[in-house]
Design a protein around this ligand. Structure first.
Ligand SMILES: [Zn+2]
Length: 389
């Protein structure tokens, strides 16, 4: 099958897959009109699939009220069965919209159910139990890390590394310094991805400054929790000093433009953060409220343009954030994230609608601004078909 291939240097051609691996990519003659695209699967480096069934229930609230009034009570009400169902719905939605890999933060209980949902949905997933030893009584635990060892034994590396366990300290407000320090230590020792939220909302940042005399990033740096396995969502309110500390520690950022706008958190200026490895996150259905990477990319591009005009982050770089940047954040760029021979075949086939002229001279702009998730024909993870429209 010939298509316009979004390889690192896009061109028109065909791609052969053998046993889940990209075996060959070869060029073909350009047709008069491009009617089909093949893209690497999108990677969402920040999501809470367990919150999917809370969609459209937590509206018009800022982060801390949103958590306290709606999300934490929702999470506390989940059972094994409903946790599975909510996560499974979110994962199927991701696949339908072209996301083949997720970095998923669960809640403090039922993480096994989230892994079961990932096993059954076919998605590639890095999943962490939310670590909380401060905050609402209905969720916090005395020793949140103890269960992580069971999760590692049961799930880490499942299906030839399709599923992996991460450490997910929820955010500085819900973790003691001891817990943050321990999570950092375990991450270094066991080489596990650390997934957390950082400097999302101004009130959250002010609370941390007041109580610790440090910024959010300085606090995490101080307790030794930051490392090159850290993937930090949001980073809306960060200083120059914060950015330098994130750079020094080799942290990756998950930019979540739609969630940041919807929870009235603000705009993360990704041009300012461009010294760091940047990736993209759709966040949860309770704050987005769609898990759509096409919309996320378009928003990221337009927001950067609104801040910097034509000098904002380019469409090509936004696309890279949503693909190879995510793979880099997950230390998996040798395994997936681009269409290249030898990599695992996580990809999607997209039909270009009749009414759209897809311009190969501007492939990234054409993709971001004239293609939508409903144009997807089929989605593959490790060469297995996981969605067909
Ligand atoms: Zn989040």
């Amino acid at each position: 099958m010939n298509a316009f291939l979004f390889t690192p240097k896009p061109f028109y051609g065909s791609m052969q897959i053998k046993k889940g691996i990209i075996e060959r990519i070869s060029p073909s003659r350009f047709p008069k009109r491009i009617d089909r695209l093949v893209l690497p699967g999108f990677i969402s480096t920040h999501i809470h699939t367990i919150q999917t069934h809370a969609r459209n229930t937590a509206e018009n609230l800022e982060l801390l009220d949103w958590l306290k009034k709606k999300i934490w009570p929702f999470e506390a009400s989940l059972t094994k069965k409903t946790a599975y169902a909510s996560s499974f719905t979110g994962m199927r939605e991701c696949l339908e919209f072209g996301i083949t890999t997720i970095l998923d933060m669960a809640t403090t209980r039922h993480t096994h159910s989230v892994f079961e949902a990932a096993r059954d949905s076919g998605i590639r997933a890095f999943i962490g139990k939310a670590l909380m030893d401060q905050g609402p009584k209905s969720l916090i635990e005395k020793d949140p890390l103890s269960e992580v060892f069971d999760l590692l034994a049961d799930w880490h590396g499942f299906d030839n590394k399709r599923l992996q366990v991460t450490l997910s300290p929820r955010f500085a407000l819900s973790c003691s310094e001891k817990l943050l320090r321990e999570a950092g230590r375990l991450s270094n020792e066991l080489k596990l991805i650390q997934h957390s939220h950082i400097s999302e909302n101004l009130k959250e940042c002010e609370w941390i400054e007041e109580h610790f005399g440090f910024s959010n990033v300085e606090l995490l740096n101080e307790v030794g929790s930051l490392n090159d396995l850290s993937v930090l969502a949001h980073s809306v309110h960060v200083s120059k000093k914060d950015i330098a500390l994130l750079k020094k520690n080799g942290c990756s950022i998950s930019h979540c433009p739609v969630s940041n706008l919807k929870l009235a958190s603000g705009i993360a200026d990704i041009k300012r953060l461009s010294a760091l490895n940047l990736s993209l996150g759709v966040d949860g259905a309770a704050c987005n409220n769609l898990l759509d990477p096409f919309f996320e990319m378009r928003m990221a591009h337009l927001l950067s343009r609104s801040l910097h005009g034509l000098k904002g982050v380019s469409a090509e770089n936004i696309f890279k954030m949503a693909t190879v940047g995510g793979a880099r954040a997950l230390h998996s760029e040798k395994q997936f994230g681009t269409l290249q021979v030898g990599k695992e075949a996580d990809y999607l086939v997209v039909n270009v609608p009749e009414r759209v002229y897809f311009n190969p001279k501007f492939p990234y702009e054409s993709l971001l601004h004239s293609i939508v998730a409903s144009n997807i024909e089929s989605v593959f993870v490790k060469g297995r078909r996981v969605f067909t429209c």
